[in-house]
Design a protein around this ligand. Structure first.
Ligand code: NAD
Length: 420
């Protein structure tokens, strides 16, 4: 059976548009291009099957093609029901990759796509949010045996992988790609910072300047979202549960207050905690008429949608990716992209130049775990510093930026405890 027969996508006639999107990002991913050339020569995944679950858009598609160029037989599925782009999925099928993904499948179909991806019996896994790894361990342990190891893309997935490791049940090594410097410093901060506002702005077509933006969670993503909101001219309020991050937000020039208070002031709310119910009924009850709610965390649990629904008398779609909820007192509250991560569900995700570093890390980490899975054993491993540094050096080269090297005297000075 060829990949076209095996794959499940919305519409193969959309492929030409998908190819154009992939070609565009490829032009802006120089580090990944270098790694592709290396993989073509060295064939690190020759004869192996790789299963990928990522937000299926153009940058991810290019990563899948790079892994295939390294000799792998690649199968890919989405990692959120609203982030798959059907044209890109169709293009990948034409490129010889098996795809199980559609935009907005029903929940049973969405789950089925994960299962079908795992039933290809992968040797290696790239996961985003931890669903592939969780389903394997909890529902399909019969498919575990062949898996050598994998890589995890995001904060939420790393948290789930570590919980699995702590319970003693993790069966293969997982590399925490999210925790590499070249990932969270740029992807979580600058990628999320820019793409969240791109998603919100293209969806609402409303002004940000002069408005009040409440950013819930001042982690790596929250820092970026707050920074870019300020750049757009908003007044920014940060809410936190961590004292140190709250002081950091304050010193970065933002107002800090509990959510019960912030809820009264916000025009825009962006949740980015990786936690659940950070906006709930008690907050919605005191919000201003016209408040816009959005989420950038991995799962759609940060805004309590059942409570929003139960406080409202009616709900309708007023514009693509905007639901209007009318409250009992007549206020209107708007929810973007069903509370799913707004930058991917209502946008194209992070800029290509950012994902260049993230996906370069994914590619080299996958080769690393494949080479050393036996010695690493079943645990969650950070990306080795040399790989992080290698990606940074390639990025600097692509940017045409030089940096300095330590002199012998400086090296000796830094290594000595005696020298003056
Ligand atoms: N949208 C995207 O493209 C994208 C990109 C990267 C990561 N993510 C996801 O975004 C989420 C956050 O990632 P991160 O890297 O910023 O994580 P992080 O751990 O650096 O930050 C999360 C922050 O939320 C705070 N927090 C937790 N509960 C809170 C609450 N009830 N109220 C206020 N603050 C609270 C934590 O103290 C922490 O500072 C994760 O789910 C991650 O997977 C999304």
């Amino acid at each position: 059976m060829n990949t076209t027969e095996k794959s499940i996508v919305r519409d193969m006639s959309l492929a030409p548009s998908g190819h154009l999107k992939i070609d565009w990002v490829k032009e802006h991913m120089p580090v990944l291009n270098r790694i592709r050339e290396q993989f073509e020569k060295e064939q690190p995944f020759k004869g192996l099957k790789v299963a990928i679950s990522l937000h299926l858009e153009a940058k991810t598609a290019y990563l899948a093609k790079v892994v295939k160029a390294g000799g792998a037989d690649v199968t890919i599925t989405g990692s959120n029901p609203l982030s798959t782009q059907d044209d890109v999925a169709a293009a990948l099928v034409e490129d010889g990759i098996t795809v199980f993904a559609k935009y907005n499948p029903d929940p049973a179909e969405y789950k089925e796509h994960f299962i079908k991806t795992l039933e290809t019996k992968p040797d290696l896994i790239i996961d985003d949010g931890g669903d592939l790894v969780t389903i394997l361990h909890s529902e399909r342990p019969d498919l575990l045996e062949q898996v050598r190891g994998g890589c995890e893309e995001t904060t939420t997935g790393v948290i789930r992988n570590r919980a699995l490791e702590k319970s003693g049940e993790l069966k293969f090594p997982m590399i925490a790609v999210n925790d590499a410097y070249c990932k969270y410093l740029f992807d979580n901060r600058y990628g999320t910072g820019q793409s969240v506002w791109d998603g919100i702005n293209r969806t609402t077509n409303l002004v940000v300047a002069g408005k009040t933006v409440v950013v819930i969670g001042y982690g790596w993503c929250g820092r970026g979202v707050a920074l870019r909101a300020k750049g757009l001219g908003a007044k920014v309020i940060v809410t936190e549960i961590d004292g140190i991050k709250a002081i950091e937000a304050y010193m970065d020039g933002f107002e800090v207050m509990p959510m019960a208070e912030a809820a009264k002031h916000g025009d825009y709310f962006v949740t980015v905690t990786g936690n659940r119910d950070v906006i709930r009924g008690e907050h919605i009850e005191v919000m201003k008429d016209g408040a816009i709610l959005s989420n950038a965390g991995h799962f759609d649990v940060e805004i309590n949608k059942p409570e929003l629904e139960s406080l409202s008398t009616s709900k309708r779609v007023v514009r693509k990716d905007i639901e209007e909820y009318v409250m009992k007192d007549g206020r209107k509250i708007y929810l973007l992209a069903e509370g799913r991560l707004v930058n991917l569900a209502a946008g194209d995700g992070h800029p290509a130049e950012i994902m260049d570093m993230t996906f370069a890390l994914q590619a080299v980490s996958l080769a690393y775990v494949n080479e050393r899975y036996k010695e690493i054993g079943a645990r969650v491993l950070n990306v080795p510093y040399e790989l992080d540094e290698q990606v940074a050096r390639l990025k600097l080269e692509a940017l045409g930026l030089g940096i300095d090297t330590l002199t012998e005297e400086q090296k000796a000075y830094l290594e000595s405890w005696k020298e003056e």
